[in-house]
Design a binder for this molecule. Structure first.
Ligand code: DC
Length: 228
């Protein structure tokens, strides 16, 4: 058998803008397939949170690089009660899910040293295991040889509404017009940065989720994978 380890692992890459339904879909898909689920956005959020706490400028690549060099351990684990993100062992799942930390995440994600460090952790984690990974650059950069690549999209209004619902479900205040502006600002920044911008990989299948519920999207992806 001449196949390398990388070729025998099942890697599923799910990319797209915020609010397209990536993480919910990816988590369900991972369960259906018996794979590990990895939320790479949570890792950028954890770095954003750490910078925020330490008063490090989240756009200063050198300062962020020093912060990471000092030793940071990030784990995005799926516990039975749901996703937990651990920053140096501390559960920061709730703290990283605010709009403010979402923006900090988008800022740190534009910095080359942060991307280098997190991409290395993500590739390492995917090695030797079947994984569904969601993010912005999974199909293009983290796992370019992934067996299945999907690019989920939805209109900005639909995505903003989903964000609002998600924040309210977490007991946070959410105002639609403001969320819509933030969604657009974050897309703009994620799509136009120099380092690994959000872009559909040439071999990724685009799925528009505007009119589809979570179950329907999962069924579409399973069908596209030949697993329905
Ligand atoms: O998916 P999310 O909203 O949790 O992601 C938070 C931010 O991190 C988002 O603005 C884009 C960035 N990100 C990235 O640049 N690359 C990834 N693989 C995942 C997230």
């Amino acid at each position: 058998n001449s196949k390398t380890q990388e070729e025998t692992d099942m890697h599923v890459a799910i990319d797209g803008p915020s609010g397209a339904g990536k993480s919910t879909v990816a988590r369900r898909l991972a369960r259906e397939l018996g794979c590990v689920y990895m939320d790479t956005g949570a890792m950028y959020r954890a770095v954003g949170l750490l910078a925020h706490r330490l008063g490090v400028d989240d756009r200063d690549d050198e300062a962020l690089s020093r912060m990471l060099d000092a030793g940071v351990e990030i784990r995005a684990a799926l516990a039975p009660e749901g996703q937990r993100t651990l920053l140096n062992g501390e559960d920061v799942e709730d703290q990283i899910r605010t709009q403010e930390i979402g923006m900090a995440a988008s800022n740190v994600a534009a910095c080359p040293s942060v991307r280098r460090a997190l991409v290395a952790m993500q590739r390492q984690a995917a090695q030797g295991c079947d994984v569904v990974m969601d993010g912005r650059d999974i199909g293009t950069n983290v796992l370019p040889r992934a067996e299945h690549k999907f690019f989920l999209t939805a209109s900005p209004r639909v995505r903003a509404q989903r964000r609002c619902d998600e924040l309210r479900a977490r007991g946070q205040a959410a105002e639609f017009d403001q969320i819509l502006r933030e969604v657009q600002e974050r897309d703009e920044q994620d799509m136009n940065r120099k380092e690994s911008p959000l872009v559909r990989a040439a071999d990724a299948v685009e799925v528009r989720t505007d009119d589809l519920g979570i179950d329907e999207v999962v069924q579409v992806l399973l069908a596209l994978m030949g697993r329905a």
